[in-house]
Ligand binder design. Structure first.
Ligand code: GDP
Length: 459
């Protein structure tokens, strides 16, 4: 199923709202309901959604709607910011960082249900570390000498599977036997890693299909024996809502240090990331994005927030708008538009300049959510920019008086303006015609949202 993204849901509501300068209890209520629905559809757990929506509401109320944004876009901005923060946006550089012990070997213990992707992730991490991709305090720490071992003596193929994975990524594998006790395997492996000066020892463990007391007891034993510097909870993004209970069980039993979320290459909306982060209070450190052993990426809270909201790059659009739009200018303009019929070509020129400030039109259009994709397709190849430049040229060739009173522009003035801007007279006519239509539109809606402006310009 194609899930409707939050942005398009909100813009539907926004259509019924007149230009409002602030996010208020009244104008956000309906939108917050949509935020809630969108999060539930993205598989965020209900209690987490409740908390989150309350936070967003608190942050949103009273906020100014900046520049050319409409209240819906402004709210998406707030939602995204809060979501990013909640997922550890504040951790910043820590994305993808592991704590590696000053005194090697650094032990990494893997925990999670069967099928979550533990063994695969052991291989990915081993590759990551042995190839020197690991970053700590913002710097690469060099190639690590890595040993991997499996303490999964229950699933017959588990040890073989890790052996194959280790061979694929070219790290050392310590052979264990299904007849050994997991605790003995842990002791042996630690001893072996110390004697052979490994930088890192990664210990794969047995998972069960569900939460199981015997499994929890065993992994707690292993934790006590190994004193791992990292205890990573591996969770499948496709688990959706269920991920919460599993995360809670592991988090209660073990002092986790971080989370790896796998299978984000599937169509999971990623809501589990928010739930797991919330329930464990631990940072998501990596995400798995492929079955292949190079499919590991540091976790980026911001990207995950965008995935959950299903909103393309609307966020950078919002940010750009907040950065670039001259707020005072925009407010002045909005005030003039609201005052009714007084929208002239001078205002039109100001609008164009603001649109230009938003940056390259092509990429701007790409950043708009899906419902504008069509419009974007029409203006490929810098067409929109060229058109914008020509329009501006024509406007610049007019006198301020002409721009204020377009009705003055008769044949001889048209010829002068056309010559001045190097376009045929018909193009001046077309602009004037377009402007007339736009003026009519302005009267109707009394406020020009940017999207509408752009559609009008695309003509
Ligand atoms: P374990 O039981 O926790 O050790 O899980 P495995 O490592 O055996 O993984 C279970 C299945 O998930 C295997 O088929 C893996 O190939 C697959 N898998 C693991 N991580 C990812 C991932 O990030 N993306 C995809 N598409 N598949 C993954």
């Amino acid at each position: 199923i194609m899930l409707d993204n939050l942005t398009s849901r909100l813009s539907r509501i926004v259509k019924t709202m007149r230009g409002e300068a602030r996010l208020t209890e009244a104008n956000t209520q309906e939108m917050l309901r949509e935020v809630r629905m969108a999060l539930l559809e993205a598989d965020v757990a209900l209690p987490v959604v409740r908390d989150f929506v309350a936070r967003v509401k608190e942050a949103a109320l009273g906020q100014e709607v900046v520049g050319s944004l409409n209240p819906g876009q402004a709210l998406v901005g707030v939602v995204h910011k809060e979501l990013t923060a909640l997922m550890g946006g504040d951790l910043g550089a820590a994305a993808g960082e592991l704590s590696l012990a000053a005194q090697p070997p650094a032990v990494i213990l893997m925990a999670g249900l069967q099928g979550a992707g533990k063994t695969t992730t052991v291989g990915k991490l081993a590759k990551w570390l042995s190839e020197g991709n690991h970053v700590q305090y913002g710097r690469k720490t060099g190639r690590k000498k890595v040993l991997v071992v499996s303490a999964d003596v229950y699933r017959p193929a588990a040890i073989d599977q890790l052996k194959t994975v280790a061979a694929q990524v070219g790290v050392d594998f310590l052979l264990t036997e299904p007849t050994q006790k997991p605790q003995d395997i842990a002791r042996d492996a630690l001893d072996h890693a110390r004697r052979h000066h490994y930088d890192v020892l990664i210990v794969d463990t047995a998972g069960r299909l569900g939460i199981d007391q015997a499994m929890m007891d065993e992994i707690c034993d292993l934790h006590a024996l190994l004193s791992p510097i990292e205890t990573l909870f591996v969770v499948d993004a496709m688990q959706g809502q269920d991920a919460v209970n599993v995360a809670r069980a592991f988090s209660d039993a073990l002092p986790l240090t971080g989370v790896v979320m796998t299978k984000l290459d599937g169509d999971a909306r990623g809501g589990a990331a928010l739930s797991v982060r919330q329930v464990t209070g631990k940072p998501l450190k990596f995400v798995g994005v492929s079955e292949k052993l190079d499919g590991l990426e540091p976790f980026h809270p911001e990207r995950m927030a965008q995935r959950i909201l299903g909103m393309g790059d609307i966020v950078s659009l919002v940010e750009q708008a907040q950065k670039n739009i001259d707020i005072a200018e925009a407010q002045k303009l909005a005030a003039r538009m609201k005052s009714g019929d007084r929208f002239d070509l001078n205002d039109f020129r100001d609008q164009l300049q603001q649109v230009k400030k938003l940056g390259d039109m092509g990429s701007l259009l790409e950043k708009l959510p899906a419902q504008f994709a069509q419009a974007a397709a029409q203006v490929q190849g810098g067409q929109a920019e060229k058109q914008l430049a020509r329009t501006e040229g024509i406007l610049n060739s007019m006198t301020p008086l002409e721009r204020a009173k377009p009705e003055l522009i008769k044949a001889s003035r048209k010829r002068r303006i056309a010559a001045g801007s190097g376009v045929p007279v018909q193009e001046v006519n077309r602009l004037l015609k377009q402007f007339e239509q736009m003026q009519g539109m302005m009267k109707q809606m009394k406020k020009g949202g940017m999207a509408k402006m752009m559609r009008a310009m695309g003509g």
